[in-house]
Design a protein. Structure first.
Length: 117
């Protein structure tokens, strides 16, 4: 939470949620640091032509959302299936998370192969 009681970021992670097929993440004005994995996920979502919104995210927006996930260097894309003992969506990884996770796995080896030697 930030100074305006909006969701910003975790200690080492960025947060995303999906509602009605739109991927939401807090915008930079909430005081977040633009993480590398966050940027990669935003780029993947754009490549996959997923509707996206960088916006203010009040905590109540996570209740009743369809999917939620965090990104960080260690976990890459990690589903969040419960918030305050309330399930997110059906309590499992959703379609958007799975699509982004697969695209991430496919892109990373490609990037490594394209590095100049």
């Amino acid at each position: 939470m930030n100074w305006e009681d909006l969701i910003a970021e975790g200690n080492i992670s960025n947060i995303f949620h999906v509602k009605s097929g739109i991927v939401y993440t807090p915008h930079l004005k909430t005081g977040i640091l633009k993480g590398l994995k966050c940027g990669k996920v935003l780029n993947l979502a754009r490549m996959l032509q997923m509707p996206m919104s960088e916006t203010a995210v009040p905590p109540q927006d996570l209740m009743g959302t369809d999917e939620c996930f965090i990104t960080n260097t260690t976990s890459k894309i990690m589903p969040v299936t419960m918030v305050d003992k309330n399930p997110i969506g059906n309590g499992k990884s959703g379609r958007i998370i799975m699509t982004l996770h697969q695209a991430y796995k496919e892109e990373v080896p490609l990037c490594l192969m394209m590095q100049p030697s």
